[in-house]
Design a protein around this ligand. Structure first.
Ligand SMILES: NC(=O)c1ccc[n+]([C@@H]2O[C@H](COP(=O)([O-])OP(=O)(O)OC[C@H]3O[C@@H](n4cnc5c(N)ncnc54)[C@H](OP(=O)(O)O)[C@@H]3O)[C@@H](O)[C@H]2O)c1
Length: 310
């Protein structure tokens, strides 16, 4: 991937992508760059107003972009089902499971799940399962890309306490949800391989990119000093969202992307530069943990992957 940039994205004309959380940060850049290369992109956003504003910005920055906004709240399985029902007739080549929340104070989703596990993992698990028939029908190059984080290294999924009922620690909850993103990719890749499917499941992380991710929790708590601290971090230490998005775009469109690949910026480049295959915690490659998380996710969401029974 040496020297790979967004201008290396191959022509996407005739392809359709769904990008979750496309109104902000990495999701916005992902949607814009795919649209710039000719894809029709569905911006799946929890706020239709923020989605519409993002669509306008994309059209201004990438003239001729084919973007549409559709409501999707990953913290509510009714919304996930409604989104999938609305799009079940559409062609679908790329699903970018990007939306996320980080280190929020303890909250529950509409379905009663701890929010970071619910939004970052379960919502995307349900969405992918419901959209799977269209992804399996797509031609060569179809991909499911799930955005994880290097912070997954801080904690593995606890199968006996998925919702952290035994004591909530917000950073541990984030790390676990990002480990769940990788375990999900691992098990999905295994099932796709077993089914002989063309669809590829891969994952990516941006290193540290300046987005709204860090300020969401301080804003929720009205903690102005913490918000300011996060802003300073973004300004002086983070790379741009454009740079941070490269591993996601590579996983979605790059050549030679294999099942269960995980891309990120190069560590030796101080987390800047063209994407490389990233290190990952060994627990995210555990078949047993992957199968266990999968079974629990099917039970909790009620979404079964009929075409990929493992
Ligand atoms: N930035 C980094 O340094 C970094 C590092 C590692 C991993 N990541 C991962 O990158 C992904 C994108 O984050 P970002 O950095 O681009 O942050 P961001 O700018 O805050 O974007 C997050 C997106 O997710 C959406 N979202 C949050 N809750 C949602 C829900 N319930 N339903 C649907 N959409 C929801 C947000 O919508 P609203 O705008 O409406 O809130 C926003 O569009 C996340 O998965 C994050 O874990 C980021």
């Amino acid at each position: 991937m040496k020297g790979w940039t967004a201008s290396d994205i191959p022509d996407q004309a005739g392809r359709t992508a769904v990008v979750t959380g496309a109104n902000s940060g990495l999701g916005f850049v992902t949607a814009r760059e795919l649209a710039r290369r000719g894809a029709r992109v569905v911006l799946a956003c929890r706020s239709e107003a923020r989605g519409a504003e993002a669509a306008e910005r994309i059209r201004a920055q990438a003239p001729g972009a084919r973007v549409e906004v559709a409501p999707l709240d990953l913290a509510d399985l009714t919304s996930v089902r409604a989104f999938a029902a609305e799009h079940k007739g559409d062609r679908l080549d790329l699903l970018i499971n990007n939306a996320g929340v980080m280190a929020l104070p303890h909250r529950r989703t509409a379905d009663g799940f701890e929010t970071q596990f619910g939004v970052n993992h379960l919502g995307h698990f349900a969405l992918t399962g419901l959209l799977l028939p269209k992804l399996l029908e797509a031609g060569p190059g179809a991909r499911v890309v799930t955005v994880s984080s290097f912070m997954h290294m801080l904690g593995t999924v606890d199968p006996r306490d998925l919702n952290m009922e035994r004591g909530y620690r917000r950073w541990v909850a984030y790390a676990r949800s990002k480990s769940a993103n990788l375990l999900f990719t691992h098990e999905l890749a295994h099932r796709l391989r077993a089914a002989g499917a063309r669809l590829v499941a891969a994952a990516a992380h941006p290193g540290y990119a300046a987005t709204n991710l860090m300020s969401a929790a301080p804003k929720m708590e009205g903690h102005r000093a913490k918000e300011r601290f996060m802003e300073i971090g973004n300004r002086y230490f983070a790379q741009s969202p454009e740079q941070g998005t490269l591993p996601v775009l590579y996983a979605a469109t790059g050549p030679d992307v294999r099942q269960d690949d995980f891309f990120g910026p190069p560590l030796q480049g101080l987390w800047r530069g063209s994407p490389v295959r990233s290190a990952r915690a060994k627990w995210t490659l555990s078949d047993t943990a992957g199968r266990g998380l999968w079974a629990a996710s099917e039970r909790l969401t009620g979404v079964r992957y009929e075409a990929l029974t493992g």
